[in-house]
Design a protein around this ligand. Structure first.
Ligand code: 5GP
Length: 194
């Protein structure tokens, strides 16, 4: 998606060979026009998949998930990383290991909002090692929902998550796929590195 690639090139900050900072438009400040375009793009790609629900993880997945839900006319549900006072039981729970933080967190979704009648599209901001997506897939499986696929805003193609998900036969749609963050530069898949 060209608009997203251009934004990453102009405003993304390469923090290391593994980490891209995009907090001026996705992870902290949010660019609503870009989120709308992202929602339209996912909706177009998955328009025939019979989606009834978008599932994401708080907090950075919410903006693209909500805009996709708006265009498709379906609700967006976000898995919580912390248990809320009003959300105590009646939950699906999965564990997500974070390599960057070296910790495991439970994520949870109320059984009221994802059911075996749903066809779910999972959306998240980044795909690196695939642990966040695995946790969301676990919840979809527990709910007995049908999975339409996974939509990722920025896939770091040099990390193993994308391969792992595709090898499971899951439809994975990444709107920007990064081949490398070497030498402080973003190179997208399909671009030359020189
Ligand atoms: P995974 O579970 O695929 O290893 O990592 C996915 C999660 O880690 C994303 O939801 C995102 O919050 C975070 N993450 C992974 N890599 C990056 C990165 O390069 N930049 C930012 N901003 N977040 C990342």
């Amino acid at each position: 998606m060209k608009m997203l690639q251009d934004k990453i090139r102009v405003d993304g900050k390469v923090l290391s060979e593994n980490v891209l900072k995009v907090d001026s438009f996705l992870n902290h400040q949010i660019d609503p026009a870009l989120m709308q375009a992202i929602g339209e793009e996912y909706a177009a790609r998955f328009k025939d998949a019979g989606i009834t629900k978008i599932l994401t993880l708080e907090s950075s997945g919410i903006a693209p998930a909500m805009m996709t839900g708006l265009v498709l006319g379906v609700p967006a549900v976000f898995a919580r990383k912390r248990k809320s006072l009003t959300l105590i039981d009646h939950l699906y729970t999965a564990s997500v290991y974070s390599y960057t933080k070296n910790e495991t967190n439970d994520i949870s979704v109320s059984k009221d909002f994802i059911t075996n009648e749903d066809t779910v599209l999972i959306i998240d901001d980044f795909l690196a090692n695939g642990q966040a997506v695995l946790g969301l897939l676990d919840i979809v499986e527990q709910a007995g929902s049908k999975l339409a696929g996974v939509g990722i805003v920025i896939e770091k193609g040099f990390q193993p998550g994308g391969k792992m998900i595709r090898e499971r036969g899951i439809r994975l749609e990444s709107l920007a796929e990064i081949a490398s963050l070497e030498n402080g530069e973003v190179t997208f898949v399909g671009e030359g590195s020189d």
